[in-house]
Design a protein around this ligand. Sequence first.
Ligand code: B12
Ligand code: SF4
Length: 433
Amino acid sequence: MKIALIRPNMGDYRSTDAMPPLAMGILAARAGDHEVAFYDDKVETIPERLDADLVALSVETFTAHRAYALADRFRRDGHRVVMGGYHPTFRPEEALLHTDALVTGDAEGAWEQLLSDASSGHLQRVYAGDNRAPLSDYRIDRAIFAGKPYAPVELIQYGRGCRFACDFCSIHSFYGPGVRVRSTECLIGELAQLNRKRLLFFVDDNLFSTPVNLDALLTAIRPLGLRWSCQISIDVARDLSLLDRLAEAGCTYVLIGFESLERENLLQMGKRWNGVAGSYAQVVRELHQRGIGVYGTFVFGYDHDTPDTLARSVEFALESRLEIANFNPLTPTPGSPLYERLLAEDRLISPQWWLDPAYRYGDPIFVPRRMTPQQLAQGCFEAKQRFYAWSSIARRVLASDTRFSLFGRAMSTVANLISRREVYRKQGRALGT
Ligand code: B12
Ligand code: SF4
């Protein structure tokens, strides 16, 4: 068969911060003898006509509307369409209105079965991926990304899942309670093939899955002399020697979900543990002292948030000189406990907001308790504007700790410029069209 892999964007426009989608590389590597072409809607226009027997789309909640429009078009043209990813996993009935078949959960195994059935003309409607299977046969084909204008970042995955279960996050529902990691030998083999001039980003939801796993990784990659970044839970800073080891192993940036400065909000989101390593300011200081930059993320709209808590969070981010930060309105995505709770409380403004033609990126999705939906949306946008104002970028980047490598500073500058541009480009965008 000829297979066209498509990663849809949020709408019919091109992005400037796109990174190569690992899922597509995994599907390509497991396509056997079939011929694969890959189109990335984020960085290139999807051709009107495709020469393909099977069109496969990777779908997230923010890209579902656009994915369905593309799928409907290709089905009208007589193509068979299949889907996979977070959104079809959590909303299979909805996706099946637009696709001939879908895979829920992990692709490995289910995708090969789907391809075999499609070639013999016996395509089933739903293939259940095994989200508990060990990651022992992890393969990825990066050749499909060649020549596409991606940001200078190499993505890599050590493991899947997270040991926590925050109320707003769909990771736990997707992967279950367990965390699976790849063997470090397999990972090192893959690392050897990546472009060392680019910043390496571990896409794991929490690289600190267990002390044993983190230790195995740091021991394996330290001798490679790489510079890398990751998402990590703040409790890693409870043991300062672990921070030393992260720095020694080449960690240049960490993304930490601070989420809120309000204890009651942390309790409500199931993230009380965010306080175990001391104050946020202390943790940032310890990381900076080791030459590790911090990308802090915050969410707003929990029941104890007011316009004032938003303003205080921006103050904190500026005073702590976070290299990058994000201030997002709480986004109830299907699969998260938050979504179910807000639905049950009748607080969702539009329950299927991702398909609502009136919805715009950054719009309020639900009614917060202690501010109006508009205050929430506007407050988050203003927070981003303040953080990415030219004066703020200059102050944070130029005055960054002298322990920062030249590479770290260059990365910080580029990341700030890209983030600033994307803040304005994304805000108010319709999904789908
Ligand atoms: C890195 C990352 C990013 C990067 C972009 C990465 C890139 N390549 O472009 C950045 C930082 C830019 C980003 C942005 C956003 N992200 Co993001 N991101 C991730 C993260 C951490 C890793 C993605 C990854 O590489 N995973 C590894 C691959 C191998 O896994 P996978 O994509 O799930 O694919 C597997 C299966 O799902 C399946 N599969 C997937 N597609 C298909 C298709 C077919 C046909 C088949 C058969 C199978 C299949 O097979 C794969 C292998 O088993 C995920 C969390 C996660 N664990 O995945 C969040 C995640 C995908 N992001 C999320 C969100 C919400 C966003 C934003 C909307 C945030 C925001 N408010 O702006 C934006 C915009 C996203 C967009 N689509 O435009 C959510 C999506 C939730 C949802 N219900 O859709 C996630 C799950 C995070 C979370 N905690 O909830 N993100
Ligand atoms: S928000 Fe982060 S720490 Fe919480 S469950 Fe999701 S991935 Fe884990």
